[in-house]
Design a protein around this ligand. Structure first.
Ligand code: NAD
Length: 347
């Protein structure tokens, strides 16, 4: 089986599926055209045949790409690419910044924590890479636009935007102070509107770019002490997918979008939780995010099998889902020790 698949995968991979993807696009256009011309019965039969072929092609392509060793898959070069990374001073952010700099990208860290960002910058520069840091509170729309202009003047037009900054409060619903609910929404989702508005127009003008959304598995599944956090992460998926739909509908094929949904990461954000599986390490998450960017992957869960959470959640009867969550996985119990975090309320 593998010896049959590998030669094909290499061959198809070297042309990055561009030709076959184009064939699929053209076929879909033909269907749309037929809708306006052909009689209903013929149209339905042809549509069915064509959609079967499209489904076969998409599944086969996915299978081939999954089985192709990483080194043999087409990956884009990050050399010289200007990457704006929000939350670049945090656990995942600093690993991303380091690895992107090692890949010769021009990394621009946006973080509200000036001291931590300065340290990250110094560590990366010790390895001989250039890195830029701007103190930006991503919840402050005007500050975002002002700094976006500065980055364009001082570093260059942005090729890749990684919306990674995030916070969590870690309280059950009635114990979350109102200002923390607002703050969590401001950092985790509203900021995406400001940063994307700041950089997308240049990407559209150039006809290429990449927007990365760091979401979470709690964006697929709500959980204990996460009424605020999980809601914002669900929102990131909705924002990301809707924007993706708009870009595709309007033919902006050069703008790639990647959304990443990781399980717990060992950065301190979920300190006190006792999950069933070991937490992910920030360096592994950073490596996976960069691979996803280089391969233009659209949807990444960590671990990979977690992508089945959503179909399972929708398929399994609600009572069974709860029994599995509470009795088997003991997900709420694992979150009970989570440390509560509060920023000082704004005056
Ligand atoms: N840690 C986890 O278990 C986990 C799991 C899934 C997803 N995530 C997501 O991964 C991303 C990175 O998380 P992390 O664990 O590295 O968190 P972290 O707390 O280590 O880092 C977050 C960074 O965001 C910055 N930040 C916070 N508010 C900001 C603001 N207003 N403006 C600019 N920067 C701001 C912080 O200063 C910090 O440097 C987050 O979006 C998080 O929600 C984390």
């Amino acid at each position: 089986m593998l010896s049959f698949i590998y030669p094909i995968s290499v061959d198809l991979n070297s042309m990055k599926f561009t030709f076959l993807d184009r064939v699929v696009d053209i076929t879909m256009s033909i269907i749309s055209w037929m809708k306006t011309t052909t009689v209903a019965a013929t149209r339905a039969i042809v549509e069915m045949i064509v959609m079967s072929w499209v489904a076969f092609y998409c599944f086969t392509k996915t299978l081939i790409l999954t089985l192709t060793p990483s080194g043999m898959r087409a990956q884009k070069n990050l050399r010289g690419k200007v990457v704006v990374l929000t939350g670049g001073a945090g656990g995942v952010g600093q690993e991303l910044a380091l690895r992107l700099a090692r890949a010769s990208a021009k990394v621009v860290i946006w973080d509200v924590n000036e001291e931590a960002a300065q340290k990250v910058k110094e560590n990366i520069e010790k390895e001989g890479h250039k890195v830029y840091h701007y103190t930006v509170d991503v919840t402050d729309r005007k500050n975002v636009y002002k700094n976006a202009d500065l980055v364009k003047q001082e570093v260059g037009v942005v090729d890749i935007l990684i919306n990674n900054a995030g916070i969590v409060c870690g309280n059950t619903f009635l114990d979350i102070p109102d200002y923390m609910i607002e703050k969590t929404f401001q950092v985790n989702i509203l900021s995406h509107y400001w940063t994307v508005k700041a950089f997308l127009p240049d990407m559209l003008r150039k006809g290429r770019g990449h927007i990365v959304t760091v979401s979470s598995l709690t964006g697929l599944l709500g959980t204990y002490k996460c009424t605020d956090y999980s809601a914002t992460k669900h929102a990131t998926l909705g924002f990301h997918e809707s924007l993706h739909t708009e870009l595709r509908t309007h033919g902006h094929r050069g703008i790639n979008m990647t959304v990443v949904c990781p399980y717990f990461i060992n950065t301190g954000m979920f300190a006190g939780c006792k999950p069933n599986m070991p937490m992910l390490e920030p360096r592994d998450v950073a490596k996976r995010v960069i691979t996803a960017i280089r391969r233009n992957e659209e949807y990444v869960t960590m671990p990979g099998w977690a992508r089945f959470i959503l179909p399972l959640k929708n398929f399994v009867p609600a009572k069974l889902a709860w029994a599995v969550t509470y009795r088997l996985i003991r997900s709420p119990q694992s979150m009970m020790g989570m440390r509560a975090f509060q920023e000082t309320a704004a005056a």
